[in-house]
Ligand binder design. Structure first.
Ligand SMILES: Nc1nc2c(ncn2[C@@H]2O[C@H](COP(=O)(O)OP(=O)(O)OP(=O)(O)O)[C@@H](O)[C@H]2O)c(=O)[nH]1
Ligand SMILES: [Mg+2]
Length: 274
């Protein structure tokens, strides 16, 4: 790990072709909308952010699908710390692909969690997704071409215990009340918290195996502290910038403008055990 960097978080963006993965990624990182992307390779963006006083290197991987492949390349989500699954509200096939992607992510979590358990138990009590996941329904501005209702997306997200939002990379005003930057920021924070908990669990297990305990490692982390998010990606300060600010900026504004998202993250992720 580079000096000064306390955590590295890898966020992967997956979804069917042409749903707006690149547009959403660029919108989050630059607050701009670029309509056309000609890329047949994964695009990786790295940026060091300051979150709650910690320097975190965030890598966002915008996965490119093979032109002839209609399925979502879920295997790319392997080794990521957070995942954004995207579909377009104007493309029902992409919604089905998102469903399949979530099922595949859950199946891989299940393999990890229940390696030694029997299949019956897996069916009764499916494992939660092994990393924080957000389901994004993009192109909300294309309401007149809508093929997938918001309730269907919400229901799907509920089924897989992940956060759901309808957004528009093209027209942020359509993303009300949730804001794209707020959603990504919350996901990155959750991924960091998840990583901290995992590290704590691993350390505790290690210490227990050695017959010793480390009380410091057992203290509970404050997971959902929302810090000021006024930093800009383009900032040239010697300190790393804070996460891209949500549209309305500021701590209290974000908390009040995104009660659903923050609330959903809390209710979804508190269920996880690591
Ligand atoms: N109306 C509208 N069009 C969008 C939106 N987001 C993306 N698009 C358009 O949808 C098309 C695909 O956008 P991309 O961002 O390239 O989609 P992608 O998922 O990265 O595509 P692939 O990498 O080829 O799989 C482009 O023509 C974008 O201009 C949106 O929110 N609203
Ligand atoms: Mg793309």
């Amino acid at each position: 790990m580079k000096s000064g960097i306390q955590y590295q978080i890898k966020v992967i963006i997956i979804g069917a072709r042409q749903v707006g993965k690149s547009a959403l990624t660029v919108r989050y990182l630059t607050r701009r909308y670029i309509g056309e992307y000609k890329s047949h390779t994964d695009l990786s963006y790295r940026q060091v952010f300051c979150i709650d006083g910690s320097s975190i290197e965030v890598e966002i991987v915008d996965v490119s699908n093979h032109p002839e492949d209609t399925s979502v390349p879920v295997t790319r989500a392997k080794n990521s710390d957070a995942c954004v699954v995207v579909y377009s509200i104007s493309d029902r096939t992409s919604f089905k692909a998102a469903h399949e992607a979530l099922a595949a992510l859950q199946a891989s979590s299940q393999r990890k969690s229940f390696e030694d358990d029997n299949k019956e138990e897996q069916e009764i009590n499916p494992a939660p997704l092994s990393v924080p996941v957000v389901l994004l329904a993009n192109k909300k501005d294309l309401g007149h071409l809508r093929q997938v209702e918001a309730d269907e997306g919400r229901e799907l997200a509920k089924q897989f215990s992940c956060v759901f939002c309808e957004v528009s990379a093209a027209d942020p005003a359509e993303s009300e009340p949730e804001d794209l930057a707020g959603i990504f920021n919350q996901l990155i924070k959750e991924a960091r918290s998840f990583k901290i908990r995992q590290q704590d669990t691993n350390n505790n297990a290690h210490n227990n195996n050695n017959g010793s305990s480390n009380n410091n490692r057992q203290r509970k982390r404050s997971v959902y502290i929302i810090n000021r998010m006024l930093g800009s990606l383009m900032g040239r300060n010697s300190m790393p910038p804070e996460l891209p600010s949500s549209r309305k900026g500021g701590t209290s504004q974000m908390a009040s403008s995104m009660p659903n998202v923050a609330g959903s993250f809390r209710s979804v992720f508190k269920k996880r055990s690591v």
